[in-house]
Design a protein around this ligand. Structure first.
Ligand code: KG4
Ligand code: ZN
Length: 340
């Protein structure tokens, strides 16, 4: 593909909100590269250590950007704007990406575009040809957030349901920690669940009003269930790991999908999307498609590389802000908390 860079907005995008350092280049809304540097350093700690995360971002950010430019076959002088994740996320991690974006924009005299990470997860659906129509509902499930979002326009989103305690990803990660699996546990629960029986064990479904969620009770129920079974059989986890993972995954997926169905019915919306790291989960993806087929929904599930944190979603969000001329100045600072 050859582009006339004189005419198209070419956007460099940076994502550094948690433990992935990512850079992407997009030209006229087409993603040309998406480089993601994962941080394995946190595995040993059972969770992301913020101080370590920001240090590794510092080491990864320049090579990630260089690789993104190289993969896109774009020269840094062809960039028209720099988009970056302003928040929400870990402040020290965000600071690295924001500082890099500001420095790059200052050096090249380019406009800066601030992006809300949670909006970007939703806008990942505008990468590629098959796009949802407004208004649509998006279940955004990540390590820090669980939201049902009413998406009225690119940057007009309303959270109609959210978790009152832990996020769905946290429930996955905490369960895996109880099972002695390394961080991040979500992908490992997914892997073991594929070989297990999802109906082997029944975990409770919380009764929370409206479209909100709660996962802390489930976490406690899983902990007690494991502790009690280990008393009777010290090898309980090893002998039943696949069934435990499959049953936990099924419960988390049904909690999420039952609320999504309730929201879809109430709002009369048929375009239904999934976003965020947990949308990589096989059980959840299959569950949505099954529910969608029964209810006549048009389901939108991101490609795996756009589920977990990535800069391509920042680039596509940046492209739509670029079209509106929505830029920010060099005084911009990261935000650990940033509402949708
Ligand atoms: O969106 P994300 O990459 O980062 C945040 O913004 O938080 O989401 C990370 C979360 C983690 O909790 C991780 O365990 C979970 O997504 N995750 C998964 C899978 N892949 C990532 N959970 C279940 N199954 C997966 N395949
Ligand atoms: Zn995320």
């Amino acid at each position: 593909m050859t582009f006339n860079f004189q005419k198209l907005p070419v956007i460099l995008a940076i994502e550094s909100s948690c433990d992935e350092t990512s850079a992407s280049v997009c030209a006229d809304g087409v993603i040309l590269s998406n480089v993601i540097a994962n941080q394995t350093i946190h595995e040993a700690y059972g969770g992301v250590v913020p101080e370590l995360a920001s240090r590794v971002h510092q080491q990864n950010i320049v090579p990630a950007v260089q690789q993104a430019l190289l993969n896109a076959k774009v020269n840094k002088n062809d960039i028209n704007a720099v988009a970056f994740t302003r928040g929400p996320g870990l402040l020290g991690s965000l600071l690295v990406g924001v500082s890099f974006a500001k420095a790059f924009a200052l050096a090249k005299n380019l406009p800066l575009i601030e992006i809300n990470h949670m909006q970007a997860h939703v806008l990942a659906h505008f990468i590629g040809d098959r796009k949802p129509s407004f208004p649509f509902l998006c279940l955004t499930v990540s390590g820090g957030h669980t939201q049902i979002v009413l998406v009225k326009d690119y940057f007009d989103m309303e959270v109609i349901g959210q978790t009152t305690d832990d996020a769905a990803g946290e429930a996955m990660d905490k369960t895996s920690k109880i099972l002695g699996l390394p961080y991040p546990g979500g992908p490992l629960i997914d892997k073991h669940a594929r070989q297990g029986n999802p109906d082997a064990y029944k975990f409770p479904e919380p009764q929370i009003p409206g479209f909100d969620f709660s996962f802390s009770g489930l976490k406690t129920a899983i902990l007690y269930f494991i502790q009690n079974n280990i008393k009777a059989n010290p090898n309980f986890i090893q002998e039943n790991l696949n069934d435990i993972c499959a049953s936990v995954e099924k419960r988390i997926a049904t909690i999420l999908l039952n609320k999504l169905k309730k929201a879809a019915d109430e709002y009369g919306i048929k375009d239904i999307a999934l976003a965020g790291g947990v949308s990589a989960n096989t059980g959840l993806r299959e569950g949505l498609l099954e529910m969608g087929a029964k209810n006549g929904w048009n389901c939108f599930i991101p490609k795996l590389e756009y589920c977990t944190d990535n800069a391509a979603m920042i680039a596509i969000a940046g492209y739509h802000k670029y079209l509106k001329g929505d830029f920010v100045g060099q005084e911009i600072a990261p935000l650990a908390r940033m509402p949708l």
